[in-house]
Design a protein around this ligand. Structure first.
Ligand SMILES: [Mn+2]
Length: 426
């Protein structure tokens, strides 16, 4: 299924006059406050968020999985679904593949389909946290960290294959997330597994093309519950620093213990030029993979405040790679992704409204109250008319969720693909 520009434009007619009033009012108000609205709109236009191929089916838990119907079963169908999202939102023009969940046996066709829908290939994701059919060695006791060199080599080789595949597709980065760790004290020698991991990563790093980046993700617990080999940003940063200039830390919002000050981590990594990428989601307790902004929208805004500052000030930090990393059991995955994209842009747009100059002044004069008020003022501005206008100008939907529902997209996908299809992945 493909949504045409005309179909979306026709749906926009219904919302157009209210939108026109809302946007006009907000634009005038912001201009009166000295804000460069067109610059903000430019920044929002170029902002593209990658969609992981595994977010297009209903996510499973270890207790059960409830298919929504019409789920994409092939990579071509997954790219088509991202095409639907991109047509509506104009901000999801990239896909992040997961190997071996995504079967790429027809590269040419896949590249052609992606190109026709305006979709680029973002980071490749390797998987050494599961055993695959026919695999020689098991990752039950770790992959890149394993005490057995043959198991480590198998895991390294898998990553090298993923790089090769990514080269063919036009990807420029590899994300490594390791489930490696231990469940009980004494199971692992902490120093040895960390050293093994670094040595394995060095082999992977050596195979990276010149213009590629390696992203190292961290996570404090789960699936291992006593220790993880890369539990925090400090360990990831240390590994990335040892590897060299093409290696970076990747921050996944859900991979922190409750109440961690993620915005401070973001600031530190930016200062060091080592923030490579971002995985968006939200959580109440742990790695809950809830929709972005559904639980802690203010924290998301504060994170974007640091990102906006860092993207301006820290020239040696490359432009970060943005991706949504969430998986749901209860919502239509496409509706959920529309909500997530909107929440991310909402936080970004609000952060762009912050009066940085005034904030510096407040900080210099130790005016704590005023500093907080500056942030609050930006946060409490309803920026949705700006987001809608940016979409309209790019032929997207004024209200993506309303259009998705009005055109019965899910129903049409079920008619096309069947009720019982299950997307590959978790
Ligand atoms: Mn992640």
């Amino acid at each position: 299924m493909i949504l045409s520009v005309d179909q979306i434009a026709k749906q926009n007619l219904e919302h157009e006059s209210i939108h026109h009033d809302n946007f006009g009012f907000l634009k005038e108000k912001l201009i009166n406050e000295g804000i460069d609205v067109s610059k903000i709109m430019e920044q929002l236009t170029t902002f593209q968020i990658a969609i992981p191929s595994w977010a297009l089916g209903t996510g499973g838990t270890r207790f059960g999985r409830f298919s929504i119907g019409g789920e994409p079963t092939t990579l071509l169908q997954k790219i088509e679904d991202i095409g639907l999202l991109h047509a509506l939102t104009q901000n999801s023009g990239a896909v992040s593949l997961h190997i071996p969940w995504d079967k790429v046996d027809n590269e040419r066709e896949i590249k052609k389909k992606a190109k026709s829908l305006g979709i680029a290939f973002d980071a490749m994701n390797s998987n050494t946290f599961q055993d695959q059919k026919g695999q020689t060695y098991s990752y039950k006791f770790g992959s890149l960290c394993n005490v057995d060199p043959a198991i480590r080599q198998q895991a390294v080789n898998h990553n090298l294959e993923v790089i090769e595949l990514g080269k063919k597709l036009g990807s420029k980065s590899l994300t490594v997330w390791l489930a490696d760790g231990s469940n009980f004290p004494g199971q692992n020698n902490f120093q040895r597994v960390l050293k093994n991991t670094l040595e394995s990563l060095k082999q992977i790093y050596k195979a990276l093309p010149e213009d590629w980046k390696l992203f190292i993700e961290y996570k404090p617990y789960e699936p291992n519950f006593y220790s993880m080999v890369i539990p925090d940003w400090g360990t990831s940063y240390m590994l990335a620093s040892h590897l060299g200039p093409k290696a970076f830390t990747l921050v996944d919002l859900g991979h922190h213990l409750p109440n961690t000050n993620i915005e401070q981590i973001v600031a530190t990594l930016l200062l060091q030029g080592k923030l490579g990428g971002f995985h968006f989601n939200d959580s109440k307790y742990g790695d809950d993979d809830l929709s972005v902004g559904s639980i802690k929208p203010y924290a998301l805004f504060l994170i974007f405040n640091e990102l906006v500052y860092g993207m301006q000030e820290n020239e040696k930090n490359p432009y970060p790679a943005w991706m949504i990393d969430a998986s749901h059991n209860t919502k239509d995955p496409l509706e959920d992704l529309i909500q997530s994209i909107e929440a991310i842009k909402n936080a970004y747009a609000k952060a762009l409204l912050i009066d940085q100059q005034e904030l510096r002044k407040a900080q210099a004069s130790h005016d704590v109250v005023y500093a907080q008020e500056i942030l609050k003022k930006a946060y409490e501005t309803d920026v949705r008319p700006i987001l809608a206008e940016v979409r309209r100008l790019q032929n997207g939907a004024l209200n993506p969720l309303a259009v998705y529902r009005k055109l019965n997209v899910r129903l049409r996908l079920i008619e096309e693909r069947g009720k019982d299809t299950v997307a590959s992945g978790l």
